[in-house]
Design a protein around this ligand. Sequence first.
Ligand SMILES: [Fe+2]
Ligand SMILES: [Fe+2]
Length: 377
Amino acid sequence: MSELEEDRRQIAAALQQPGVRPDPALKITRRIFVHKSLLLGAVTVADTFAWWPLINTIDVAYAAEQPFKFAWISDTHLYPKSLNTRFVDKTIRAVKEVQAMNPPADFLIFGGDLAQLGKIEELELGNEILKEIQIHKVFIPGEHDWYLDMGKRWGELFGQPNWTFDHKGVRFIGLDTVSRAPDYWSVKKMTPEERMGHMAVLDGTVAGPWAGVGRDQIDWLQKTLTDWDPNRPIVIFSHNPLYEYYPPWNFWVRDWREVNEVLRPFNKVTNIHGHVHQVLYNEIGSMRSFGMLATSWPWPYAPEGVPKLTKRMLRVDPGDPYDGVGWSKVDVTAQDQVGIDYVMWGRKEIYPQSPADSSESIPETLRPRIADREWPY
Ligand SMILES: [Fe+2]
Ligand SMILES: [Fe+2]
């Protein structure tokens, strides 16, 4: 057994003790229904039909004091209007739909990557568009918001990147998973634009493992939770997932084990994250984790590391900019359940209806390599 494999076995043994799972009442349902566009008013009939999203609900047992809902938007990746309005249009659409929720959501969480290249005009454009949402708004940063001016303008617009508040019996925590990148730019004398450029690509060859919570913030998290009953629900918002999915794309935080140590005593922890631009579900110890859609574009699933508990969303039509993207509603119901609804624009189904590719059931090592198939000798 390799050292890495041994490591992983030990981690799994520590985290997945017998009987340790998220709250046992957890169930994943697929209440699938098509509903009419949430946007009322100046919409053509054609638009209305095109906008019928599909809602997929994941019900999770909780014990909120009273039912409520909140909305999640993230990964709008705005360019200046003069360059590209496609992402602007999609952000406006999500904003209008959130604003039209009836009854209204209690608050909006914006999960990071508001801007594409961290420019002041991109951040300000996003701030302007989001102003249309009248409900309370909270923000966490994404790497695209941060690495041009190291979070200066973002902080001026949106305040502290990490925070906590209690709402109707649930403790909400916003984590900053982007600002603690190891400095790879100083020694290479990079300009802020060059630094930002390396953060703005999926492949982290130069930027390295930038996603992390940091010792100071982990200590803060621990302090934040000292007065919290382990049986009461906690919802943690982060830009990156709080587990190891695919490090080369920073689909993780590098200190996820330490974070999990802090969260381990709590029985009802939900992590809701952006950055991956895709439907994801995972369980680590007693924490469950949900990946959210972007409004801008969908990323493909990583070549490895997709959590086994994830039911993959469909492959999207690359010719349709509204496919595979959207926003999410989160309901806390009177039956003490939280439901996450993926609002994927223009789709009746978000999961493929056809059977999985038969090659997926063949172990990796037994599958012919693409090269062998293409160029047999
Ligand atoms: Fe993103
Ligand atoms: Fe991101």
